[in-house]
Design a protein around this ligand. Structure first.
Ligand code: ADP
Length: 303
């Protein structure tokens, strides 16, 4: 059957993925920086493709490595990534921009068993790291990524508390340009160790931006998570976005069945939430200021 798409991405799929010809290319959605398409093939295999005109391949590289690392844990349904890069690297060229090609996953349907999602997340956090730096006990990721558009640096560090202070809290505090937040933030950063006394933190693979918009049931069963800001960090840090996660009691019971809550986790939860409130303030301003300031004030009173 003749191909129904002129796109160089369709040519790459046909040449490399043993799926016959691309029979249909359907526009699915667009965001501020990329367009998403579904490619159907005559073998029945379908692919999800994102294209970002005018962007170099950095963001898709971060997304691809993050999805791949989560896929390797086999804990949840993660779309398999087939290829990513600059459009100009394709044999037929594709202009200025970048792309990612992954498995198309049919979302929705199935039973929304939140307890099972909790157990799946715990299994992902417990998985033996594939990355050799993480296996050696380091915190970070092989590439930098972004958290809702804000750069997130992931250079490897040997210890968790300095990593969270230097790579997470301090850059967000600096971005606020606000003396009050920065003053309280400095006090918290100087005393951060106090919240981790007696705790052994191991590097766990984190999705990094887990909220309700980035998770879904899958047709046929199970849960998928996508659009990650992945790195190896303290598993409790995963829950810094739980204020928009919609996680219920069954979810937490499922998660803690496998990874029980550790002493002091309540205050650390505030610290991890603070990171995301600061990021939201930096991205959207407004009411997030008082959320961030409120948490900072509570935490600084404790240290
Ligand atoms: P962006 O990074 O531009 O926000 P997303 O990765 O969030 O794009 O994808 C946009 C939408 O496309 C998601 O909300 C989801 O519904 C859908 N989607 C994402 N990945 C897949 C996939 N692998 N298969 C099918 N649909 C997907």
């Amino acid at each position: 059957m003749a191909s129904k798409s002129d796109s160089p991405i369709a040519r790459w799929i046909e040449a490399n993925l043993d799926c016959g010809k691309v029979t249909k290319e359907s526009f699915m959605s667009s965001s501020s920086w990329s367009n998403a398409y579904r490619y159907d093939t005559d073998s029945g295999q379908r692919f999800f493709v994102k294209e970002a005109k005018g962007q170099d391949g950095t963001m898709f590289k971060g997304e691809a490595l993050g999805l791949q690392a989560m896929y390797d844990t086999q804990a949840l349904r993660i779309p398999k990534v087939y290829h990513h890069g600059e459009l100009s690297s394709l044999p037929e060229g594709g202009g200025n921009g970048s792309f990612i090609i992954m498995e198309y996953v049919e979302f929705g349907g199935g039973r929304a068993d939140m307890g099972e999602l909790g157990r799946c997340m715990a299994r992902m956090h417990q998985a033996q790291p594939v990355d050799e730096n993480a296996r050696a006990g380091k915190f970070g990721f092989p590439v930098d990524n972004t958290i809702g558009g804000t750069p997130q640096h992931n250079g490897w560090m040997d210890e968790w508390v300095p990593f969270f202070r230097e790579r997470r809290l301090k850059p967000q505090l600096k971005r606020t340009n606000d003396a009050r937040l920065q003053q309280m933030g400095k006090h918290l950063c100087d005393n951060l160790d106090k919240f981790f006394e007696g705790l052994e933190v191991k590097p766990c693979l984190l999705h990094g931006d887990l909220w309700s918009g980035n998770l879904s049931t899958v047709k046929g069963g199970g849960w998928a998570i996508l659009d990650p800001a992945t790195y190896y960090g303290h598993h409790e840090a995963e829950w810094g976005m739980s204020w928009c996660g919609g996680f219920n009691g069954a979810f937490w019971d499922g998660y803690h069945e496998i990874l029980p809550a550790a002493p002091g986790s309540k205050d650390r939860h505030s610290i991890y939430t603070l990171y995301h409130y600061l990021n939201h303030y930096n991205l959207f301003g407004g009411g997030y200021y008082s959320s961030a300031a409120g948490i900072l004030s509570e935490l600084t009173n404790k240290c």
